[in-house]
Write a protein that binds this ligand. Structure first.
Ligand SMILES: C[C@@](CO)(OP(=O)(O)O)[C@H](O)COP(=O)(O)OP(=O)(O)OC[C@H]1O[C@@H](n2ccc(N)nc2=O)[C@H](O)[C@@H]1O
Ligand SMILES: Nc1ncnc2c1ncn2[C@@H]1O[C@H](COP(=O)(O)OP(=O)(O)O)[C@@H](O)[C@H]1O
Length: 289
């Protein structure tokens, strides 16, 4: 038996850090939304108790370091599953990019194996299990648009953000999320207006969304990799309505409404950036598989 599952990337429309917690994580307030840039996973039921990862991307581990593997192992052990699975990952989302590619693969495995192994878990139960794998996995289980708090695992659903193009540019560098959080100086942070962003989304007000994008991790990654700040400036100059780094970076995205301007920015960026994509937001939460 085989199952195909889709694992979409996310962007952070805003990302605020409130304080560092006793457990070493940071308390965050993030507005996240899924975009139409997705990995595809094929899950094949195995009668023997093996978890096998097949990936042809040299940046993606094919052992227990893979978050998709960890998701399968967690379900297998928690629910005493006496079967296995072969997981083929067709990677489209750039790796270590601030787009939650690994987390979304893990979430897709949770949703898929819930069916393939007949576990009968609810989506909320899957999201709670997902948080054990990584802070972004709970959001990825649901998809859509949401406010994420706690260390990122407490999810409150929001309506779809106003429709527009999302142009993503990923320079040829990888960023370690742990390193970026570790280097963040909490004093004198310029906090984004999360409440204003939520109002903008609830009102369907595109201009207000654009005015309120913000990410406190930008400064850390810009300092480590000045070329990321340069890409942000470039996308601004090309005429995007708003520009922001996603997550801990290094991917930078621009928002635009008009097709012609999207095309101009896309063409302009392709000249000097490693990976460039122009996609739509997926909107509100919907059944992902
Ligand atoms: C920054 C964000 C924004 O969406 O995404 P990415 O840039 O990774 O896509 C997330 O907060 C990343 O989530 P995720 O990548 O799942 O993080 P985890 O695996 O849970 O944690 C990796 C490391 O980041 C740090 N970390 C993560 C989340 C958090 N709220 N506080 C932290 O300090 C911890 O040092 C942790 O060991
Ligand atoms: N399924 C996976 N896809 C991509 N990377 C993965 C996966 N599983 C584990 N990883 C590891 O996780 C790290 C972070 O990757 P990723 O989830 O793409 O980035 P980010 O956390 O910035 O969104 C990478 O260095 C990679 O080695």
């Amino acid at each position: 038996m085989k199952l195909l599952v889709k694992a979409p990337a996310k962007i952070n429309l805003s990302l605020d850090v409130l304080h560092k917690r006793k457990d070493g994580y940071h308390e965050v307030e993030m507005i996240m939304t899924t975009i139409d840039l997705a990995d595809r996973l094929e899950l094949t039921l195995l009668e023997r108790e093996e978890i096998k990862i097949i990936s042809h991307n040299r940046f993606v581990p094919d052992d227990q370091r893979n978050l998709a593997y960890q998701a399968a192992l967690l379900l297998k052990e928690r629910f005493h599953v006496k079967k296995g699975v072969a997981i083929t990952i067709e990677k489209t989302i750039p790796v270590a990019a601030g787009l939650a590619g690994g987390s979304s693969d893990a979430a897709a495995v949770l949703r898929g194996l819930n069916k393939l192994w007949n576990l009968g878990l609810s989506i909320d139960e899957l999201a709670i299990i997902g948080a054990e794998i990584g802070s972004d996995v709970s959001f990825c289980v649901y998809g859509g648009t949401a406010l994420a708090t706690g260390r990122g695992e407490i999810i409150k659903e929001l309506p779809a953000a106003p429709t527009c193009w999302v142009i993503l540019a990923k320079p040829f560098i990888g960023v370690s999320t742990a390193d970026v959080y570790r280097r963040l100086q909490l004093n004198g942070i310029n906090h984004p207006q999360t409440r204003e962003m939520i109002n903008a989304i609830e009102d369907g007000n595109y201009d207000q969304v654009c005015r309120n994008v913000g990410n406190v991790l930008e400064e850390v990654t810009f300092h480590l990799h000045p070329e990321v700040a340069q890409i942000k400036e470039q996308i601004k100059r090309f005429g995007a309505d708003a520009v922001l780094m996603s997550g801990s970076g290094p991917t930078v995205f621009g928002l635009v409404r008009h097709d012609s301007r999207m095309q101009r920015i896309y063409n302009g960026l392709r000249g000097f950036c490693d990976q460039v994509f122009a996609v739509r937001m997926l909107g509100e939460r919907h059944k992902l598989d």
